[in-house]
Design a protein around this ligand. Structure first.
Ligand code: GTP
Ligand code: NA
Ligand code: MG
Length: 303
């Protein structure tokens, strides 16, 4: 495409770390909201995605954040989160230290070759030992800048909001230093499904991240093996959008079924084509399921 079709886009940042180390609360602090209070049992069960606009030194810059659950059972979600992201913010509670899901998250980030910013959280708590966190993480190749390494560590408290601006600054510095964040806004829209759910009133709803092109209301879309016409696009506040640019997470209403997290989506010319692609994908999935069932049955016959 033409050079002018390439535009700067916000960084996509995934927040990862061990269960209850404060990922959601930290995002609440960044967004001035209170998601933690609404979660059942304070446990994140799905991936949330938000775009905020930072105001550092009178410079307004957007950042897209993706929240992930820390619980053991969500390994696949963390792997997917690491893949759609430009930067991982690894949250480690200063009073608890490096734990199994901390290590798993940093492994995903390193495997995906995504730069990591470490947020040492809960520094307001008694027993917080941020130096120990830095020490522990050197074993995994994350050496703090102040120790001669190249990983940015920021001490924060999601409760008192101490260090939040420093964290935003570290994210933007990392984005500017190591990433060329541009996207073509004129190409056919494509992206990835962050989560899908069945809403009682609105039917299938998919939260998608646009990765290139501009997604618009009225577009014919295929997401995994679901298809449909984009009836409405909603931002994280439930506000209607006419279009979504690259790095914008947005809820899509109008699909005929619920796509899965990690599915890719694309926009095609006509509803008919969307349906054909979705049908082909469904057939492929059925064939694969049948094949694996046949294999299982023949293996059982051997026993
Ligand atoms: P999962 O999504 O379930 O993995 O947890 P999480 O990492 O999102 O943690 P969450 O934000 O739910 O916070 C867990 C608990 O720690 C909550 O009770 C928070 O209020 C508390 N918490 C989070 N950050 C801080 C902090 O900076 N200081 C203190 N004192 N408590 C915090
Ligand atoms: Na929690
Ligand atoms: Mg959470």
């Amino acid at each position: 495409g033409d050079e002018e079709d390439w535009e700067a886009r916000p960084p996509v940042v995934t927040v990862m770390g061990h269960v209850d180390h404060g990922k959601t609360k930290l995002l609440d602090a960044v967004r001035n909201s209170n998601v933690v209070a609404r979660e059942a049992g304070g446990i994140t069960q799905h991936i949330g995605a938000y775009q905020i606009v930072t105001e550092l030194e009178d410079d307004e810059r957007p950042i897209t954040f993706i929240d992930t659950p820390g619980h053991e059972s969500f390994t696949a979600m963390r792997a997917r989160g690491a893949k759609v992201t430009d930067i991982v913010v690894l949250v480690v509670a200063a009073d608890d230290g490096v734990m199994p899901q901390t290590v798993e998250a940093l492994n995903h980030a390193q495997a995906a070759e995504v730069p990591i910013v470490v947020a040492v959280n809960k520094i307001d708590k008694e027993g917080a030992n941020p130096a120990k966190i830095r020490q522990q993480l050197t074993e995994y190749g994350l050496v703090a800048e102040e120790y001669g390494g190249d990983t940015m560590f920021v001490d924060v408290s999601a409760t008192t909001r101490q260090g939040i601006e420093e964290l935003e600054t570290a994210i933007l510095l990392t984005a500017d230093a190591s990433l060329d964040l541009r996207a073509n806004t004129q190409m056919d829209p494509q992206g990835v499904v962050i989560e899908g759910k069945l809403d009682k009133g609105r039917g299938p709803v998919a939260t998608v991240l646009v990765q290139r092109g501009t997604l618009r209301q009225g577009d014919s879309i295929v997401a995994g093996d679901a298809y449909g016409r984009v009836r409405s696009l909603l931002d994280e506040h439930g506000n209607k959008l006419k279009e979504a640019l690259p790095a914008r997470p947005v809820q899509v209403v109008g699909l005929t079924s619920v796509p899965r997290a990690g599915d890719t989506f694309l926009v095609v010319e006509e509803d008919r084509v969307a349906r054909q692609i979705a049908d082909r994908r469904q057939a492929r999935i059925r064939n694969a399921q049948n094949a694996s069932m046949r294999k299982r049955i023949s293996l059982e016959d051997l026993d």
